[in-house]
Every structure is written in C-alpha cells, then in structure tokens.
Write a protein of this length. Structure first.
Length: 371
C-alpha cells in the first residue's frame, strides 16, 4: 500500500534533537488538554517520552475514546492503529498520524480486495454461510468492515482464543457458529491459537492469496477448520528456535517469553506465550534476579530492561529487530504535526469512511461482546 508522506520543511529536518524537544514541549503546553499523544509499546524512546498514554493498539484506541475532551489524538503508532482510533473516537475528535508512511507490513499483506476475491472463490467450493471471517486487530479498517459485514469479528493477540472458540465452538460441547474460519492476516497467531485449542495440523491450511483457490485443492478447503491467510509480522517471524537454544545455553535458569505472532516452533520452545500486555506482566511478575529472554519488538524489550532494574531482560534475537515502520514516527514528524496544530493546521489526519467505520465498529463490538 502506498501512502505518501510529503517531505518535511528544513526547519524540522535540519533541527537538532534539543530544538525538536523544545518545540514539542512548547506545543504540548500550548495545546494542553486539547491534545492527547498516544505511544504504542513498540515506539522509540525519543517519541515515547512525550506520550500521555502507552499501550497496545486496541488499548490506546479505547483510551482515546474515553478522553472526549481531547480534540486532537496524535497516534504514535502505525496506520491501522490510527484508523482504529478514528473508528472508536467521537466524530469531533481528530486522529493524526505524524508520518503517513508508518504502515504495518502485516496489515498490508491482506488487502481487502484480495480477501473479497478469496471469499468469492470459497463460495464456489464450499457453503460460505458456514465460514466466519476473523481479522486480527492488525488490519485495515476496510478489512475489519468486511469481517463485520460477513458476521465475523476482530481479535487481538490477547483474545484470539476466545474469538476462535466463539466461531468454531469449544471442543467441550459449546455450539459452533460455523464449520470454518478464514483467519486474516497473521497465519502464526491463527495457527498458535488453534493448536492451543486442540486443533492439529490436519485441521488447518494456509491460504496463499497469490495462488488460485489459495493454492489449495477443493478437498483441503472443505476439510480444514481453519484457513490461515499467508501473512506474517516481519519482526516476530525473525525469531527462531535456535535463538531460544542459545539463550538457554547461556542462562539455564532463564525464562523465555514470546509473542504469538512468532512461528509455532518458536512458541513451542518458549516457557510463556502471550500478547504485548502479557509480556509486560510476565516481566513484572518474574522474581528479582530473573533473566528473561523475550521474543518481541526491540524497543519494548529495551524499555522493559531499563524499567526493571532488579531483572535482566534481553531480546532473543541478537541482531536486534525493530519495527521499522513504527520507527518512522520520529521527533521531526511529531514536532511538525504538533506545531501545525498550534498554528491551526491539522496535518496528516486519518479518517475512515463513515460506512466502513460503521461496519468496522460492528466487528470490534462483536469482539468486545465475546471477550
Ligand atoms: O495490537 C498490538 O498493539 C500489537 C501489535 C501486539 C499486541 O500483542 O498487543
């Protein structure tokens, strides 16, 4: 997906770190409660220091929705997060993304047109009324709206288990809503959650949107309970079981915690698996002196280490893996957007078409009613 961020004026590109900090601080003071700056957990420190609230994508959108006095919500995250905030906030609140090129490669792997094509193909070979689409929070508003329109729900990495159970029924007698789920866009979250629920490899198939019928035979489509979209997170997919083996060799008593966007063999080798919030709690609850090897984005891992002086928190991948799109939000872009607001100009507003927002809200509310 191409989003064009116009080049910034030299005032920002030639400024020193100290000047940018001075301008951001002055703009924040001038805007007062009219402004809410949200910082995603993966955000770089020189931006995070200005955040009024930190959190994951869904948590931050909910904070924005409860802060009705905040006329301007500056989302220091990526594009789909700013869209979700726009969907969940009041009409009079304006959501801004400091750099329009801060996208999410995983979200971009599931273009809504491709998902609609897949849905049509599936309808030719199976009873489409018995398929529920589920999209991960990390997806465009248009895809969330598609899911809402077709009776499905959004899920986060914290509640994917509950949402899959809602769709497919639990194996202990709960009524299934469908025979099949189309899980988009992260195959790993879908697979890890399905294994956790007792499904086996035979129950799942990967849908490759570039191939006819997802690269699957009609029989495979019919017999699978889960069709997993061929998408992944470029950061989490880097972790390998060998990283865990190396960590364990160096720290035999260490604790390994990874995100469910990691591949299944990594999740299998870890001690604990969970969302960003889960990882934060796992570090907080670890005993003093613990060494914790974490499989997630490096800014979060470093921050956890800095903020836990009685523990050692290290990234499992020694070759550091930042979320490069998130890092596009830097002090230059933040200063540019904030000074625009002070001058009465709203730069980089993210708006979701009202029809799309309405259906995306249906999918989000369905998730909330399940969890
Ligand atoms: O939804 C989020 O913020 C992400 C990227 C992950 C998580 O586990 O919360």
């Amino acid at each position: 997906m191409i989003r064009l961020q116009r080049p910034l004026p030299e005032r920002y590109t030639h400024a020193s770190a100290a000047e940018l900090a001075e301008w951001i601080g002055a703009a924040k003071r001038a805007l007062g409660d009219r402004l809410l700056i949200l910082g995603h957990h993966y955000q770089r420190d020189d931006v995070m220091r200005w955040a009024d609230a930190r959190g994951d994508s869904f948590g931050l959108s909910r904070i924005a929705a409860t802060r009705r006095d905040a006329e301007f919500v500056v989302f220091c995250g990526v594009h789909f997060m700013a869209e979700s905030a726009d969907v969940l906030t009041a009409d009079e609140q304006q959501v801004l993304l400091p750099d329009l090129n801060a996208g999410c490669s995983m979200a971009d792997m599931a273009d809504v047109d491709d998902v609609e094509d897949a849905w049509r193909d599936l309808a030719h070979v199976t009873d489409i009324a018995r398929i529920v689409p589920i999209t991960y929070m990390n997806s465009s508003a248009a895809l969330k709206a598609f899911v809402g329109r077709h009776g499905g729900a959004v899920c986060t990495s914290s509640n994917a288990r509950a949402v899959l159970r809602w769709a497919l029924g639990s194996r202990d007698g709960e009524e299934p809503r469908a025979d099949k789920v189309l899980f988009v866009p992260d195959q790993h979250l879908g697979r890890n959650t399905a294994y956790d629920l007792g499904y086996t490899a035979d129950d799942m198939a990967v849908w490759d949107p570039r191939l006819e019928l997802g690269g699957l035979g009609e029989e495979a489509v019919k017999s699978s309970s889960l069709l997993l979209w061929k998408g992944h997170c470029s950061v989490h997919q880097r972790f390998r079981p060998a990283h865990i083996a190396d960590f364990r060799a160096r720290h035999p008593d260490g604790i390994v915690v990874v995100h469910p966007e990691c591949a299944h063999d990594v999740v299998d080798a870890a001690d604990q698996v969970g969302s960003t919030d889960f990882i934060i709690r796992a570090v907080r609850d670890a005993p003093p002196g613990a060494v914790i090897g974490v499989g997630t984005e490096i800014h979060l891992v470093k921050r956890l280490d800095d903020e836990s002086p009685d523990k050692t928190v290290v990234c499992l991948d020694p070759l550091v893996c930042p979320c490069s799109t998130m890092s596009r939000i830097d002090p230059m872009h933040l200063a540019w957007v904030l000074e625009g607001l002070v001058e009465g100009e709203v730069r980089n507003r993210i708006t979701v078409d009202p029809q799309i927002a309405q259906w995306a809200r249906v999918a989000l509310e369905r998730m909330l009613s399940i969890t």
